[in-house]
Design a protein around this ligand. Structure first.
Ligand SMILES: [Zn+2]
Length: 137
Protein backbone atom coordinates (compact mmCIF):
# COMPACT_ATOMS: atom_id res chain seq x y z
CA UNK A 1 0.00 0.00 0.00
CA UNK A 2 2.90 2.30 0.75
CA UNK A 3 4.12 1.98 -2.83
CA UNK A 4 0.65 2.93 -4.08
CA UNK A 5 0.46 6.01 -1.84
CA UNK A 6 3.93 7.12 -2.91
CA UNK A 7 3.14 6.75 -6.60
CA UNK A 8 -0.16 8.56 -6.17
CA UNK A 9 1.48 11.35 -4.17
CA UNK A 10 4.16 11.71 -6.81
CA UNK A 11 1.50 11.96 -9.51
CA UNK A 12 -0.48 14.52 -7.50
CA UNK A 13 2.61 16.63 -6.87
CA UNK A 14 3.55 16.52 -10.55
CA UNK A 15 -0.03 17.43 -11.52
CA UNK A 16 0.23 20.50 -9.27
CA UNK A 17 3.51 21.44 -10.95
CA UNK A 18 1.91 21.07 -14.39
CA UNK A 19 -1.00 23.30 -13.28
CA UNK A 20 1.50 25.92 -12.14
CA UNK A 21 3.17 25.83 -15.56
CA UNK A 22 -0.24 26.25 -17.21
CA UNK A 23 -1.01 29.27 -15.00
CA UNK A 24 2.34 30.81 -15.97
CA UNK A 25 1.84 30.41 -19.72
CA UNK A 26 0.30 33.78 -20.55
CA UNK A 27 -1.83 34.69 -23.58
CA UNK A 28 -2.65 32.02 -26.13
CA UNK A 29 -3.70 31.97 -29.73
CA UNK A 30 -5.69 28.97 -30.86
CA UNK A 31 -5.45 29.37 -34.59
CA UNK A 32 -3.77 28.18 -37.72
CA UNK A 33 -1.14 30.77 -38.61
CA UNK A 34 0.32 31.34 -42.06
CA UNK A 35 3.04 33.69 -43.28
CA UNK A 36 2.13 35.47 -46.52
CA UNK A 37 4.20 37.36 -49.07
CA UNK A 38 2.24 39.56 -51.44
CA UNK A 39 2.06 42.56 -53.77
CA UNK A 40 -0.24 45.38 -52.63
CA UNK A 41 -0.98 46.53 -56.18
CA UNK A 42 0.26 50.14 -55.90
CA UNK A 43 2.34 50.86 -59.00
CA UNK A 44 5.17 52.81 -57.29
CA UNK A 45 5.57 50.41 -54.36
CA UNK A 46 8.74 48.42 -53.78
CA UNK A 47 6.66 45.24 -53.97
CA UNK A 48 6.09 45.94 -57.67
CA UNK A 49 9.88 45.60 -58.13
CA UNK A 50 9.98 42.31 -56.27
CA UNK A 51 10.33 43.34 -52.59
CA UNK A 52 7.16 41.63 -51.45
CA UNK A 53 5.21 42.63 -48.35
CA UNK A 54 4.98 40.09 -45.58
CA UNK A 55 2.21 39.49 -43.12
CA UNK A 56 0.73 36.89 -40.86
CA UNK A 57 -2.74 35.44 -41.26
CA UNK A 58 -4.54 33.66 -38.43
CA UNK A 59 -7.48 31.36 -39.08
CA UNK A 60 -9.77 29.63 -36.65
CA UNK A 61 -13.06 27.75 -36.76
CA UNK A 62 -16.04 28.92 -34.74
CA UNK A 63 -19.08 26.62 -34.86
CA UNK A 64 -18.03 25.30 -38.23
CA UNK A 65 -17.33 28.72 -39.73
CA UNK A 66 -13.83 29.83 -40.59
CA UNK A 67 -12.69 33.19 -39.25
CA UNK A 68 -9.59 34.73 -40.77
CA UNK A 69 -7.71 37.83 -39.68
CA UNK A 70 -4.55 39.52 -40.84
CA UNK A 71 -2.49 39.95 -37.68
CA UNK A 72 -2.08 43.65 -36.89
CA UNK A 73 1.21 45.04 -38.15
CA UNK A 74 3.87 44.96 -35.44
CA UNK A 75 2.15 42.15 -33.53
CA UNK A 76 3.45 39.25 -35.59
CA UNK A 77 6.07 38.17 -33.07
CA UNK A 78 3.50 38.38 -30.27
CA UNK A 79 1.04 36.27 -32.25
CA UNK A 80 3.66 33.58 -32.81
CA UNK A 81 4.53 33.59 -29.09
CA UNK A 82 0.85 33.20 -28.22
CA UNK A 83 0.57 30.36 -30.73
CA UNK A 84 3.53 28.71 -29.00
CA UNK A 85 1.75 29.08 -25.67
CA UNK A 86 -1.31 27.34 -27.06
CA UNK A 87 0.83 24.43 -28.23
CA UNK A 88 2.53 24.25 -24.84
CA UNK A 89 -0.90 24.25 -23.19
CA UNK A 90 -1.98 21.25 -25.27
CA UNK A 91 1.19 19.37 -24.32
CA UNK A 92 0.71 20.25 -20.64
CA UNK A 93 -2.96 19.21 -20.72
CA UNK A 94 -1.98 15.84 -22.18
CA UNK A 95 0.58 15.45 -19.41
CA UNK A 96 -2.00 16.45 -16.81
CA UNK A 97 -4.54 13.97 -18.19
CA UNK A 98 -1.93 11.20 -17.96
CA UNK A 99 -1.20 12.10 -14.34
CA UNK A 100 -4.90 12.12 -13.40
CA UNK A 101 -5.11 8.66 -14.97
CA UNK A 102 -2.15 7.53 -12.82
CA UNK A 103 -3.81 8.93 -9.69
CA UNK A 104 -6.96 6.88 -10.32
CA UNK A 105 -5.18 3.65 -11.33
CA UNK A 106 -5.32 0.92 -8.63
CA UNK A 107 -2.05 -0.19 -7.06
CA UNK A 108 -0.25 -2.86 -9.12
CA UNK A 109 -0.58 -6.49 -8.02
CA UNK A 110 -3.95 -6.19 -6.29
CA UNK A 111 -6.27 -9.22 -6.73
CA UNK A 112 -8.71 -7.34 -8.97
CA UNK A 113 -5.85 -6.61 -11.38
CA UNK A 114 -4.37 -10.13 -11.32
CA UNK A 115 -7.71 -11.73 -12.13
CA UNK A 116 -7.95 -9.90 -15.43
CA UNK A 117 -6.80 -12.00 -18.40
CA UNK A 118 -5.64 -8.95 -20.36
CA UNK A 119 -6.94 -5.75 -21.94
CA UNK A 120 -8.32 -7.44 -25.10
CA UNK A 121 -10.21 -10.21 -23.31
CA UNK A 122 -11.56 -7.73 -20.78
CA UNK A 123 -12.78 -5.43 -23.53
CA UNK A 124 -14.51 -8.32 -25.37
CA UNK A 125 -16.15 -9.63 -22.22
CA UNK A 126 -17.44 -6.29 -21.01
CA UNK A 127 -17.59 -4.23 -24.19
CA UNK A 128 -21.35 -4.03 -24.64
CA UNK A 129 -22.09 -3.16 -21.03
CA UNK A 130 -19.16 -0.76 -20.84
CA UNK A 131 -20.34 1.13 -23.92
CA UNK A 132 -23.80 1.62 -22.46
CA UNK A 133 -22.43 2.98 -19.22
CA UNK A 134 -19.91 5.34 -20.74
CA UNK A 135 -20.11 8.75 -19.14
CA UNK A 136 -20.40 11.62 -21.59
CA UNK A 137 -18.78 14.95 -21.00
ZN1 LIG B 1 3.36 47.18 -52.06
Amino acid sequence: MKTHATREQRARAEAEAVLERIRALGPMLKASVTRRRFRCGKPGCACARGRLHRDLVATRKVRGKTQTIRVRSGHEREALAWLGNWRKLKTLLDRLAGLQFEILRPAAGRPADRRRPGPDATRKARGARARKRRVQN
